[in-house]
Unconditional design. Structure first.
Length: 250
């Protein structure tokens, strides 16, 4: 198969699945992994994809929902910075909610030795915190999603309704001044909004690449939040907007 044919097939698979792995592509096309790596490097130079360790992904489309194994290796330094800022906002003994995002996964790692009560619908976060000697852990049950490694659906929604929090930390796919926080999954958006509505303080934790974008479904207007935690400094335009809406930024 010629390089142009391989790259066209990679484009088709990315449009369908939003992410690909080198191992799968090599088997599918009966070529070496190094051949696939060369193809992905060439396509990245043409801004047709974004490479990751072991594969590639695209962010096109309002309902581009990458699986958690792909998201866990993206923007790790940015997420560590966000987790550090979130940790500084949490007081000993508080009850907090962490969603099923990989950003929250980094927060969980940061707070694992602190004395807190943590409620989550994420199996990944539950696995991290289950061995902690200081965390009082509550796992929200419901229909298990292998793609997000978390519990969703109406059962999770009913289960979550009985809990209330000092602080809730939510991430999402996109945020926009006009349309607020938006996400790719309606199931996740409903859970996110319920958790935020049951929190005394509502926080959105996102990296800078999510600014000025809109995804499939609404989560919450930004003026209903108490604060937004970003990995970098907000632009003057964003600071002015958040100041006017009484939303703190970190």
């Amino acid at each position: 198969m010629l390089a142009i044919s391989r790259q066209n097939l990679i484009k088709e698979l990315l449009q369908e699945n939003k992410s690909v792995t080198i191992a799968d592509l090599a088997v599918r096309m009966n070529v070496t992994r190094e051949t696939i790596r060369r193809d992905l490097r060439a396509m990245e130079q043409e801004h047709e994809l974004i490479r990751t360790h072991g594969g590639a992904y695209i962010l096109d489309g309002v309902q581009n929902d990458l699986d958690i194994s792909t998201r866990q290796v993206l923007k790790t330094e940015e997420k560590r910075t966000i987790a550090l800022k979130c940790d500084a906002l949490i007081q000993t003994g508080e009850i907090i909610y962490l969603d099923n995002s990989t950003t929250a996964w980094f927060i969980a790692n940061k707070i694992a030795s602190r004395k807190l009560t943590v409620v989550t619908n994420s199996l990944e976060i539950a696995n991290i915190l289950s061995s902690s000697q200081t965390i009082n852990l509550f796992l929200i049950g419901g229909e298990y999603s292998p793609r997000t490694k978390s519990f969703e659906g109406s059962s999770a929604h009913r289960n979550l309704r009985q809990y209330f929090f000092d602080k809730a930390f939510i991430s999402c796919r996109s945020i926009d001044m006009e349309f607020g926080a938006t996400d790719t999954s309606d199931n996740s958006a409903v859970i996110h909004y319920l958790a935020l509505s049951h929190a005394k303080q509502k926080y959105l934790a996102v990296d800078h690449s999510k600014l000025n974008n809109v995804s499939f479904t609404s989560v919450i207007p930004l003026n209903e939040l108490d604060g937004i935690i970003l990995d970098t400094e907000f632009s003057p335009e964003w600071k002015d907007f958040l100041d006017k809406n009484n939303v703190r930024y970190y």
